[in-house]
Design a protein around this ligand. Sequence first.
Ligand code: XMP
Length: 326
Amino acid sequence: DWNASGIIEQQVEKIRRTVGDDQVICGLSGGVDSAVAAALVHRAVGDQLTCVFVDHGLLRKGEAEQVKHDFVAATGIKLIAVDASQDFLTALKGVSEPERKRKIIGEKFIRTFEKAQRQVIEKAGKTGKEVKFLVQGTLYPDVVESGGGDGAANIKSHHNVGGLPKDVKFKLIEPLRTLFKDEVRAIGTELGLPDQIVWRQPFPGPGLGIRIIGEITQERLETLREADAIAREELSKAGLDRQIWQCPVVLLANVHSVGVQGDERTYGSPIVLRPVSSEDAMTADWTRLPYDVLATISTRITNECPGINRVVLDCTSKPPATIEWE
Ligand code: XMP
């Protein structure tokens, strides 16, 4: 039978043995998984841990500020914030294919961590301790869907699964690799993380990059960021946050349909709402949101997001569809 404090004890012991007195860095995404992984490693090795938050330019509205302030306030963990958005967006220029997007983003993350590693070493100064270890919040379902489970097909190469490029010197610490999301939340609570971190809805590491169907551009990102903020705000206002697992908001950038806004004919792109209910993201059902909430979100998105003249609802379960569109 499963018990959070037992798992914590076991992992803390194992992490201490692995790390010794070396330095560790942890990529924080703002999501539950990396936050819990960081808290666990912090419990094990304290100040030997430095978290690195990478702004890849694919974040949601307000997300960078939230991580920089709330996470540090809640945990007291050392944090380096890196703005790498230009770097990521340049690498993603002209790329539409989902798996290529993920590969590029995964690779860029690692390169950004390497730079952060040098900073940590410089700061640690005379101690001469290396940063050998990189913590990732990989969960069991990520491993399975990336084809890492026994005989599993590769459905999506989750950006943080599948090992590191050959020339990288990090050793990975993945303390959540055998766990499901509900277990990770229980561990987070047991470690004293606040509800607003533990109960955050999942958000993929590649961020809005895999929610723009088609090429990622600055302008499309701004549109999607605004639409996503509206949907999140209205869902929260309606008290639905705990009822839905997550609600991806997707921009079909290459699809155009005719609309009429003001007195003008428009030829704009649709936004898709993808509210889902799930236990572990391996399977999901589409959430039957109240019509009035959908109506408010739709009206606001078409009024407030330039270039959007239609909002559609994704009413497909997983399977046959996945949660994210890419
Ligand atoms: P799918 O779309 O595979 O999503 O049904 C299952 C869960 O995983 C999240 N997801 C990702 N998370 N990197 C991540 O960290 C990724 O590349 C990635 N792709 C999907 C998705 O948001 C959902 O919660």
